[in-house]
Design a protein around this ligand. Structure first.
Ligand SMILES: NC(=O)CC[C@H](N)C(=O)O
Length: 219
């Protein structure tokens, strides 16, 4: 499987994501600088990593969403290529319009960094095939802008279309309907605030994140 990880100025989880993808797929991903305009040929999965792209100025992910490479990421998503946005990557995908809603400042206004219990949603996505809907998994969070917000109509639509990937089991950041991750209508684009790449090795304290990468590999 051929994978790529996008690198923005201020990304800081790009290498963690690269290591996770390398470990699970057996091949190191291609690291793609945000100013590039094309993804490598034959790509199966694009990772949009966590971090603080452009210092979180303006609004987290807003400036990175306008990077030249994002046009290629959107085109790839349209073709059915897998796109995984983690934390700042989820923020970038919403700001780029690949996923609905926005990530606002945490309700408690502080940075939250801890393991989070998540309930797996009923979304039909290649990333989620390794989990059972309703199962509780543990994946760490680390963010200050993880408070998922959308208007009621959008929230109803996301839920009605079965596009919730994960919900927080307890209230982490004030997210509407406890949403921690969602997919696009086709299920090939997943955005989530928790970091699956930080739950890959036994030494990470749990491997629930690894199951997400393995499921995509086995799709
Ligand atoms: N770990 C991250 O990706 C942090 C995301 C984002 N910059 C925030 O703090 O909200």
């Amino acid at each position: 499987m051929k994978t790529a990880v996008i690198v923005f100025p201020g990304s800081n989880c790009d290498r963690d994501l690269a290591v996770a993808l390398r470990d699970v797929t057996g091949t190191a991903p291609v690291m793609v600088w945000h100013r590039d305009t094309e993804l490598p040929d034959g790509i199966d999965l694009v990772g949009v990593p966590g971090g603080f792209s452009y210092g979180d100025y303006l609004r987290s992910g807003a400036m990175a969403a306008r990077s030249p490479i994002m046009r290629a990421v959107a085109d790839a998503a349209d073709r059915g290529v897998g796109v995984l946005g983690v934390c700042n990557g989820f923020q970038v995908l919403t700001e780029a319009g690949l996923l609905p809603g926005a990530l606002m400042r945490n309700a408690g206004l502080g940075f939250v960094c801890r393991d989070a219990a998540l309930t797996v949603g009923d979304a039909d996505s290649p990333f989620l095939k390794g989990y059972a809907a309703g199962e509780t998994v543990t994946i760490p969070v680390a963010h200050h802008d993880g408070n998922y917000a959308a208007d009621t109509e959008t929230l109803d639509r996301i839920e009605g279309e079965g596009r919730v990937a994960f919900r927080y089991a307890d209230h982490v950041n004030g997210s509407a309907r406890a949403i921690a991750g969602i997919v696009n209508a086709s299920g090939n684009v997943l955005g989530m605030m928790p970091h699956p790449e930080r739950a890959v090795e036994v030494a990470h304290g749990g491997q629930d994140g690894r199951r997400l990468f393995e499921a995509f590999l086995a799709r």
